[in-house]
Design a protein around this ligand. Structure first.
Ligand code: ADP
Length: 404
């Protein structure tokens, strides 16, 4: 069985969070099954280091004309991972960041990711696959484009990694992307008189998955449904919750070259060395003190405001706290201002440092308001660090309460 896995993020080429991790871990896991062959497709963003990953052109070109404008595409591959096809189109890829900058999302994201979906369709018009697996709003339109506009016979699966990010654009998008106005209805693209890419992914796919069983139930409620709960409910028969996993070859303290001393469950004393190294790197004092940590996006979803209230008390406690993250400016500034002798804050994205934190900490905090799945708690568990989580979504499905 041949699967085309489409994602706007695949680690290590592009990652802003869990989508990037799963974008590499899931196809890799599927490819370990004998009868499955998964090929992934993603944009070749400007930030991807072509030299480092030996990315080369496949001499495979096509174009898509929309409203009289010809959009050229070129495909690439990498010797680093032969199971990925990279799509290059200037409008889609030639940007500083993937989705936007400090002033907000890029204004032409509808066109950019619409073009990504057309590239998926053009590729499928030339190559035979049995299943198309789409992920999040960035590839949501492809479900309709592939089947209805291109008439390609294929089964489609759409995965919701986070219902809060829907890709909502004005209805002019229907014309700009030459979508079928017949499908601009309550059952299709239409969402409060605008176009909703994620809703389209749900509407036009044969099956829909989300990243944990509890989140599958939560998104059908007004509290977590982000105004789509009615629609989730009316599509209930095709929605399934399947818990994410992590790549335990990559997130593995026994083979993690970024750690000062690798360790596993039989050599947990070496975790102490990682704790010492973490204290040294952060300038915090006190090997006997517990280290509590947080790694993640600094947004309301992650319960950062709850953390802020707790940190006020931590200042006076016999414990250390380390935070790594980036996100909303006010949270970045407030947290940075809280640095003191037992609180260390690093604003930014740092893959290696995140692994030092998982290895050297005693506890990882995840007070998320909601959490579709969450991977940090799984990484923490693999690194022998106790996750302290709020009972929601995938946190509920992957962390066993100590009372139990
Ligand atoms: P999200 O909601 O962001 O997708 P997940 O828990 O599913 O959250 O996945 C988060 C992933 O991103 C984990 O691999 C985590 O270690 C990583 N991550 C998040 N923020 C940072 C950061 N600032 N630096 C390094 N890694 C980060």
């Amino acid at each position: 069985m041949k699967i085309l896995f489409a994602s706007s993020e695949i680690f290590p080429f592009a990652k802003t969070g869990g989508l990037g991790d799963v974008g590499s871990a899931l196809p890799k896991a599927l490819n370990q099954e004998k009868k499955i062959k998964t090929l992934s497709i993603m944009p070749l963003y400007r930030s991807i280091d072509r030299q480092k990953y030996a990315i080369e052109p496949l001499n495979y070109h096509f174009t898509k004309t929309l409203c009289g404008i010809v959009h050229p595409f070129e495909l690439y591959h990498s010797k680093y991972d032969e199971n990925i096809v990279f799509v290059y189109n200037e409008t889609l890829c030639d940007r500083e960041a993937f989705y936007g900058d400090k002033s907000g999302d890029y204004a032409d994201n509808a066109l950019r990711f619409g073009l990504f979906c057309y590239a998926i369709a053009e590729y499928l018009a030339r190559e035979k696959f049995d299943i198309l697996h789409l992920n999040d709003w960035q590839s949501g339109l492809a479900a309709n484009i592939v089947k209805k506009i291109y008439g390609i016979e294929i089964k489609t699966v759409f995965t919701i990694h986070n219902l809060a990010y829907q890709g909502i654009f004005t209805k002019q998008t229907m014309t700009d992307l030459e979508l079928n106005w017949d499908d601009f209805t309550f059952l299709g693209y239409e969402f409060y008189d605008a176009v909703n890419f994620l809703k389209a992914g749900i509407a036009f796919s044969d099956a829909v998955t989300t990243v944990s069983p509890t989140y599958a139930r939560e998104i059908a409620t007004a509290e977590h449904g982000y105004l789509l709960d009615y629609f989730i409910n009316s599509n209930q028969d095709k929605i399934h919750g399947i818990l994410n996993g992590i790549d335990v070859d990559y997130f593995n303290p026994a083979h993690d070259s970024s750690l000062s001393k690798p360790y596993d469950v039989t050599s947990m004393d070496k975790k102490e060395s990682n704790k010492k190294a973490l204290l040294k790197a952060t300038g915090l004092k006190g090997e006997e003190k517990a280290i509590f940590s947080f790694v993640g996006r600094l947004v309301e979803q992650k319960g950062v405001d709850m953390l802020l209230r707790a940190l006020v008390h931590l200042k006076d406690m016999n414990a250390n706290f380390i935070l790594l993250g980036s996100g909303e400016t006010w949270l970045e500034e407030t947290l940075s201002a809280m640095e003191c002798e037992n609180i260390y804050v690093k604003i930014g994205y740092d893959e290696d440092f995140s692994k030092h934190i998982y290895a050297g900490s005693d506890f990882l905090m995840m007070p998320s308001v909601y959490e579709p799945c969450g991977l940090n708690q799984m990484i923490a568990l693999k690194y022998g660090t106790l996750p302290i989580v709020r009972e929601t979504g995938g946190l509920k499905d992957s962390v066993v309460d100590f009372h139990d």
